[in-house]
Write a protein that binds this ligand. Structure first.
Ligand SMILES: *[C@@H]1O[C@H](CO)[C@@H](O)[C@H](O)[C@H]1NC(C)=O
Ligand SMILES: *[C@@H]1O[C@H](CO)[C@@H](O)[C@H](O)[C@H]1NC(C)=O
Ligand SMILES: *[C@@H]1O[C@H](CO)[C@@H](O)[C@H](O)[C@H]1NC(C)=O
Length: 274
C-alpha cells in the first residue's frame, strides 16, 4: 500500500560521546552501581527500575507518541523485526553498548513528507528535512470525530472548526478500538475520504493534520486522499498518534521529525502542552 524505506542509523558520534563520558565516571555525586565485581553488579542493576511515563510535570505535558518496539504497528506487511541490534556489547568485553536501528519510516507515530505519494516531489527533494517546524509546533485542537463514519466532507463540515485554526488532531473510532495497540494491520480503520480531505483544503486554514492510525486516509481512498493533502506542499500529515485518555480541547502541539535527507517519512515525537 505504501512505499517504505528501510533506515540504517549507525552513529559513530555516539561512540565518541561514550568514550568522553568515561572521563567523568564515577564520582561521589554520581556513584557507579558497579563498583565491585561483575556478578554483584548484575544483581544490583536488576533492581534498577526506570520509570516510563505518558505524562510529565503533573499533567502539563502529555506524550502522544507510541513507543517503538518490535511490536509497534507498521504498514502491512513490514514488521520491526530487527529494530535494535547490539553491535558492541558490554557483557562480552566491549567498553560500551552500541546499538544499530533498522526502522521502517512509516511505523508507529510518524510524519509523511510530500514525496510520500507524489513521485515528482520525491525526486525534487521534498523530504522530511524540508517540513516546516512552524506548522509542526504551535496551538491546535484535539477534536473527536463522529464514530459512525469515515471523515467525509459532510463530517468535516459538521465539526465546525473555526477559521484560523492551523493544527488539528482528529480522534476517531480507531482510538476506541485500540487499533494502534494491535499486532496486525487492520484496513477497516477510520480516515479521510477524498472529499473530506478536499473540504479541509478548500474551507479551513488547517496545515497540520493528525490522526490516530497509520494512515490519515481511509483504506478505500488511501492514495487520492493523501494526494489531495500533499499536492499543495503546505499541509503536514502526522499519523499513528496516541490519543487515548486525553481530553479534547486546545493545546500547544509540539512535533519534531528527524532530519532525514531523502526520506519521505520519519518517526516523530509529538507532545501536547497544556
Ligand atoms: C559481542 O556481542 C556482539 C553483540 O551481541 C556481537 O556482535 C559480537 O560478535 C560479540 N563478540 C564476541 C567476541 O562474542
Ligand atoms: C548492554 O548489553 C547487555 C547484554 O550484553 C544487556 O544486558 C544490557 O541491557 C545492555 N544495556 C543496554 C543499555 O542496552
Ligand atoms: C471507513 O472506511 C473503511 C474502508 O476504507 C471501512 O472498512 C470502515 O468500515 C469505515 N468506517 C466507518 C466507521 O464507516
Amino acid at each position: 500500500m505504501r512505499v517504505l524505506l528501510t533506515l540504517l542509523v549507525y552513529t559513530q558520534l555516539l561512540a565518541t560521546i561514550l568514550f568522553s563520558v568515561s572521563i567523568s565516571l564515577p564520582n561521589e555525586a554520581y556513584p557507579s552501581p558497579c563498583d565491585d565485581d561483575e556478578a554483584s553488579c548484575f544483581e544490583k542493576t536488576q533492581t534498577l527500575q526506570p520509570i516510563r511515563r505518558e505524562i510529565y510535570g503533573n499533567g502539563r505535558i502529555i506524550d502522544i507518541t507510541h513507543r517503538l518496539t518490535q511490536k509497534t504497528l507498521c504498514g502491512h506487511p513490514i514488521k520491526l523485526v530487527d529494530l535494535l541490534t547490539l553491535s558492541s556489547n558490554m557483557r562480552n568485553g566491549s567498553l560500551y553498548n552500541f546499538s544499530v536501528m533498522k526502522l521502517p519510516l512509516h511505523a508507529g507515530t510518524h510524519v509523511d513528507a510530500p514525496g510520500h505519494m507524489i513521485a515528482d516531489y520525491f525526486d525534487a527533494g521534498f523530504d522530511v528535512d524540508t517540513l516546516d517546524l512552524d506548522v509542526l509546533n504551535g496551538p491546535g485542537l484535539l477534536v473527536d470525530v463522529p464514530r459512525d463514519s469515515n471523515i467525509t466532507a459532510e463530517v468535516m463540515k459538521s465539526l465546525n472548526i473555526p477559521k484560523g485554526v492551523r493544527r488539528v488532531l482528529f480522534r476517531t473510532l480507531n482510538t476506541d478500538r485500540g487499533l494502534m495497540w494491535k499486532e496486525e494491520f487492520d484496513s477497516s480503520f477510520v480516515g479521510f475520504m477524498k472529499d473530506g480531505a478536499q473540504w479541509l483544503v478548500d474551507n479551513t486554514d488547517i496545515k497540520l493534520v493528525g490522526t490516530d492510525y497509520l494512515s490519515v486516509a481511509a483504506a478505500d481512498d488511501a492514495i487520492p486522499a493523501h494526494v489531495v493533502f500533499l499536492e499543495g506542499r503546505e499541509i503536514i500529515l502526522v499519523e499513528g498518534l496516541k490519543l487515548d485518555d486525553v481530553k479534547a480541547g486546545l493545546y500547544n502541539i509540539h512535533c519534531l521529525p528527524l532530519r532525514l535527507v531523502g526520506a519521505e517519512g520519519s518517526p516523530i515525537r509529538c507532545i501536547l502542552i497544556k
